[in-house]
Design a protein around this ligand. Structure first.
Ligand code: FES
Ligand SMILES: [Fe+2]
Length: 362
């Protein structure tokens, strides 16, 4: 059994990066799926998916990783619910297609549930003791909201407010409620690398001048900085020269700065890039020890500002990042590499992430 335990010194000047087995060993990947992802908060979509009362939307939470069959519903009192989509009788999937329903009925033996998940009826169960009980309702998961975004967690390891709070507060002036999904600008990327390599690359701007020549022109590298929170971090990109920028109001700690973009990362795999044109959401979805799907969702606020500044050419930047993390994945298989060291000025976000990885995998 490979050891998933490792130490990352709290002092970045003394610390070494995680051992390469963390990114290459299938058993450590599997341990991370349960210890990191099963307790995490995940974006499940937005309220538009269940727009009218009676609407149901089955989906798989983190397909290829958690594979949890869930169901979003809007009941006839306009309440939103996130339910387990697994029938409490013998485990069939209750709802296979989205649509508008007055109730849920399992097609295996006819058990019925309300749209809030409560058990309603079951044929041929007369005389069954202690039935129905609370265990016969569909398990209900927490459903939380920020702007148009809905989040859930199978068994939350931290309170939602602690997780999202620092980002929500930092940009409380940003009109997140007005951002609308543009499916034509959204796409998935398949990356031949471990999910954590994708995140740790995202978490440092150190590589921007080396890897992203185009993006480098839009950002002032000298004033680029990272701030750390308990379960998240933000990189603040200051614009170089003019163009579209975010101008935070006087109550904001960023007042007076020309912000090209805020790059928020929330443990373990949720990314909100906040630009003048809107929000580029990136969900980093593990598929295997060296395979990752990254879903890009574009929530547009002002389409006249698309394709300008640091939020332009996201596809090019993504391909540049993919090429580099895929090369790192190959490098980590070497017998001649084990761990590296950190830049104390440029890799604080990555070090912070690695500390969390070490804590959850221990
Ligand atoms: S599994 Fe659903 S009614 Fe039997
Ligand atoms: Fe990058």
């Amino acid at each position: 059994m490979p050891d998933s335990r490792f130490q990352i010194d709290a002092d970045i000047r003394k610390a070494s990066t995680p051992p390469s087995r963390v990114y290459t060993d299938p058993a450590i990947y599997a341990a991370g799926r349960e210890r990191i992802f099963a307790g995490s908060w995940q974006l499940v979509g937005d309220a538009e998916q269940v727009r009218v009362p009676g609407q149901v939307h089955p989906f798989t939470l983190l397909e290829g990783c958690l594979d949890e069959a869930l169901l979003l519903t809007r009941d006839d009192r306009d309440g939103l619910h996130c339910l387990s989509n697994v029938c409490t009788h013998r485990g069939n999937l209750v709802c296979e297609h989205g649509g508008v329903e007055s109730a849920l009925r399992c097609r295996y033996h006819g058990r019925r549930f309300g749209l809030n998940g409560s058990f309603v009826s079951m044929p041929e169960f007369d005389g069954v003791e202690n039935f129905p009980s609370a265990a016969d309702n569909l398990p209900r998961l927490p459903l939380e909201r920020w702007g148009p975004f809905l989040f859930t967690s199978v068994k939350p390891s931290i309170p939602f407010g602690d997780w999202i709070g620092p980002m929500r507060k930092r940009i409380e002036w940003y009109p997140v409620d007005r951002c609308k999904l543009d499916a034509t600008r959204s796409r998935d990327y398949l990356v031949q690398a471990n999910w954590a390599l994708y995140c740790e690359n995202y978490l440092e701007g150190f590589h921007i001048p080396f890897v992203h020549s185009g993006l480098s022109d839009a950002l002032d590298y000298g004033s680029y900085r990272t701030e750390l929170f308990d379960h998240s971090s933000v990189q603040v990109g200051i614009a170089r020269g003019g163009g579209d920028v975010l101008s935070p109001p006087s109550a904001s700690p960023d007042h007076g700065k020309s912000i090209a973009g805020y790059y928020f990362w929330l443990f373990p795999n949720t990314i909100f890039n906040i630009y003048p044109w809107g929000i580029s959401v990136n969900i980093v979805k593990p598929l295997g020890v060296d395979r990752t799907r990254v879903s890009f969702l574009s929530y547009v606020l002002d389409s006249s500002k698309l394709e300008r500044g640091a939020g332009a050419e996201l596809d090019r930047v993504e391909r540049e990042d993919e090429a580099i993390v895929e090369a790192v994945q190959k490098g980590l298989r070497s017998r001649l590499y084990e761990r590296g060291r950190y830049s104390p000025t440029r890799e604080t976000g990555t070090h912070h992430f690695h500390r969390m990885l070490a804590e959850f995998l221990a």
